[in-house]
Design a protein around this ligand. Structure first.
Ligand code: ZN
Length: 186
C-alpha cells in the first residue's frame, strides 16, 4: 500500500494550544509517534512524519510557519497515499476530522478525503461526518490523495494519562485502517 504522511501540528516556537502542563505541540508529536508504530505493526508501512522532534519550519509567525510546512511537504514527499494532520483544539474548540472541499482539490482527492474523514470520525467520535475546512495543509499540498486534519480532542482532556493517549492513538490508527481496508488487505 502507498506511504502515509503523519503531520504533528505545531512545534518549536509555535506550541499551539496549552492548558496547565498539556501542550499541543508535544501531544500531537507523541500521538503521531504512537500511530506510526501501530501502523507499521500491522504492515501499513512506510509511514513518514513531517517532524520527529519539537521543531518548527522556520516561519516568521504561526501562519508563515504553516506555509513553510506545506513547502516542506511538497519538497520532501511525493506519491504518498494519505496525509493526516494531527491537532488538539482549545478547551472551547470543536473536535472532529476535517477535509478540504475546494477547487484546488481534484475530484478524486475530494471523494477520498471525505471517505477518510468519515472513517476516522467513526472510530474517534462514533459519528460519520461531512465537515470541511479550508486549511493550507490540506489545500496547498500538491499530492492528489486523501488528506484530513484531525482535531483529536481538546487541550484540557486527560493528556497527562498514558492510557488516554494510547486509547486516542488506537482510535486514530483504527480510522486510518478502516479507510485503507477498503482497498488493501491489511
Ligand atoms: Zn493545532
Amino acid at each position: 500500500m502507498p506511504s502515509i504522511i503523519l503531520d504533528p501540528g505545531h512545534g518549536g516556537r509555535y506550541s499551539g494550544a496549552t492548558h496547565g502542563s498539556n501542550k499541543e505541540e508535544e501531544i500531537t508529536l507523541d500521538i503521531a509517534n504512537r500511530v506510526r508504530f501501530k501502523l507499521i505493526d500491522v504492515g501499513a508501512s512506510p509511514v513518514y512524519q513531517t517532524r520527529y522532534e519539537d521543531e518548527d519550519f522556520g516561519g516568521v509567525d504561526g501562519n508563515d510557519d504553516i506555509n513553510k510546512r506545506v513547502d516542506y511537504v511538497n519538497r520532501t514527499f511525493s506519491g504518498y497515499g494519505a496525509l493526516i494532520s494531527i491537532h488538539v483544539n482549545t478547551a472551547l474548540g470543536s473536535t472532529g476530522v476535517y477535509w478540504y472541499d475546494g477547487s484546488k482539490a481534484t475530484e478524486y482527492e475530494r471523494t477520498e478525503s471525505r471517505a477518510l474523514a468519515n472513517d476516522m470520525n467513526l472510530e474517534l467520535f462514533g459519528v460519520g461526518s461531512v465537515w470541511t475546512e479550508d486549511w493550507a495543509i490540506l489545500r496547498d499540498t500538491w499530492e492528489s490523495c486523501p488528506k484530513v486534519l484531525a482535531e483529536i480532542g481538546q487541550i484540557d482532556d486527560e493528556w497527562s494519562e498514558d492510557y488516554y493517549r494510547e486509547a486516542i492513538a488506537q482510535r486514530v490508527t483504527d480510522g486510518i485502517l478502516r479507510y485503507f481496508r477498503r482497498y488493501y488487505p491489511i
